[in-house]
Design a protein. Structure first.
Length: 488
């Protein structure tokens, strides 16, 4: 095979492999050191490519990343969306191919706009700008960000300073510096060492205890999703959670049921919730994930504190799962495919934490926990973060473990413990340094009891959010911009 053809073949294959390595760097594989290897593998071939070739290379990387790391989408569509295998495979492939376009756009624009000057820096800056775009465009999908798998790596101490996007920038920069070092550009050894050694001097904890530990009990009903919204499923859910509540053999400060624990609206569930509260000591608070509705006919996904009836309403909804983007255009297609029509309404942006058991509890329902800035906004006013989720939709895939890892990163970024209550796993208690202190087994009816310590004070990331890192990414790109248009 001629060298040029071999290059055209091996380059896309290397990009796909880099995407797979990025998946392996995250949960449940936890091979965090593969993330800079993946970034370096992608960076190494870019200088010889034009913009179109770089876009193709980026799209291949996205295929490798989401084809492996987001394969759980097929489980949600096929196993729980009542969709046949051919259509489920087609929709999953379309989902993966569409998400891969973010990397095509990022690398295509990078090669079109940036020259070889300071390419190590411009590559890292362009990468984090691409992740920012993926976070917010079309409501966003910040799943499998390059820095997400670094919660257990030496770089983790950077998270309270700049969050997941700083971790992504440092990983991309490390990969590019590693390539420069392999090419015997010895100057790259010093900045590479600095990036990985500075965390040794950073504070281990930015926040302080705000009071005595809370005793909590998380109830995991493990109800079958396929019958959950039938009358039988409603009876089974009520019996399961009432029984688990009655069986608590200690007096917790807080009892938590997961997202949509009772498959009914809050007004319909009121007798069950009142019965559950009578099973607890008067001073014990009961929080549950629940669907609510108002007189205008709007439906919300919420967290309800039973005694006070204070409610948090989910702000960032799941596209196609909880609402239909571009509904006027897609309504006909959805009807043709005979898929259910989601109809949730987002809650207001300025919701305060819930005051429960003498503690301010910030909330992030299911999908919201992957949005670093949304969680930081809650953490600024809260002592504890609560995330309730229904990960039954993921089945036995890697999705729930990736979801747990992102919840751990939110704890580390904000110096707040995270309480994670789920329908069938992974139910867990996470301390303010992102460490799992206890967890319940998956796919079992279980009660997880333990303590969490409310925290006060703010990390640098909690104060500012992600915008300083996004600005840094833009500043890193600027010196590498071509000042003059290249001749053909």
């Amino acid at each position: 095979m001629p060298p040029s053809r071999l290059h055209r073949t091996l380059g896309p294959l290397a990009a796909i492999a880099a995407g797979v390595l990025t998946t392996l760097s995250a949960a449940p594989f936890h091979l965090w050191w593969l993330a800079p290897v993946a970034a370096g593998l992608l960076y190494a071939g870019l200088p010889s490519l034009n913009a179109r070739q770089a876009a193709w290379r980026g799209w291949c990387y996205g295929l490798g990343l989401f084809g492996t790391g987001a394969s759980w989408v097929y489980v949600s569509i096929h196993d729980y969306g009542y969709t046949g295998m051919p259509l489920a495979l087609g929709l999953t492939a379309l989902f993966v191919a569409a998400l891969a376009l973010f990397f095509a756009v990022t690398l295509g624009l990078y090669r079109r706009l940036c020259g070889p000057r300071l390419s190590v820096l411009t590559f890292a800056g362009a990468w984090v700008l691409g992740e920012a775009l993926r976070t917010w465009l079309f409501t966003g999908f910040p799943w499998l960000l390059l820095g997400s798998g670094q919660v257990d790596s030496p770089l983790a101490s950077w998270a309270p300073i700049g969050g997941v996007y700083l971790l992504s920038l440092l990983v991309a920069l490390s990969g590019a510096l590693g390539v420069a070092l392999l090419r015997r550009r010895w100057w790259s050894a010093l900045p590479l060492a600095v990036l990985w050694l500075i965390p040794l001097a950073l504070p281990g904890q930015w926040t302080t205890p705000a009071g005595e530990p809370l005793r909590v009990a998380l109830l995991q009903g493990n109800l079958p999703q396929l019958i959950k919204w039938t009358q039988e499923g409603q009876r089974q859910a009520a019996n399961t959670y009432l029984s688990l509540t009655a069986e608590l053999d200690h007096e917790p400060d807080l009892v938590i049921w997961p997202e949509a624990a009772l498959p009914m609206f809050a007004d319909q569930a009121q007798p069950i919730l009142e019965r559950a509260q009578t099973l607890l000591p008067p001073e014990t608070a009961l929080l549950t994930g629940i669907l609510t509705r108002d007189e205008a006919g709007h439906f919300y996904n919420g967290v309800l504190e039973v005694n006070s009836e204070d409610t948090y309403l989910k702000r960032h909804l799941v596209p196609f799962g909880e609402y239909l983007p571009l509904e006027s255009l897609l309504r006909g297609a959805i009807a043709f495919f005979d898929l259910p029509m989601p109809a949730m309404t987002p809650g207001p942006d300025d919701q305060a934490p819930l005051e429960v058991a003498g503690t301010r509890i910030g909330n992030a329902i299911c999908y919201e926990i992957i949005y670093a800035d949304l969680v930081a906004a809650q953490a600024r006013q809260a002592n504890v973060i609560l995330t309730v989720s229904n990960d039954t939709w993921f089945g036995a895939s890697i999705g729930p473990l990736q979801h747990l890892q992102m919840a751990r990163l939110r704890a580390l970024e904000n110096g707040r413990p995270v309480i994670r209550a789920t329908s069938n796993g992974v139910t867990a208690l996470i301390d303010a340094q992102g460490k799992v202190t206890d967890r319940a087994p998956q796919f079992e009816i279980a009660t997880l009891t333990g303590e969490v310590t409310p925290m006060e004070g703010l990390t640098p990331f909690s104060r500012t959010g992600s915008w300083p890192v996004w600005l840094l990414g833009a500043l890193l790109v600027l010196p590498g911009l071509r000042l003059r248009r290249r001749k053909p």
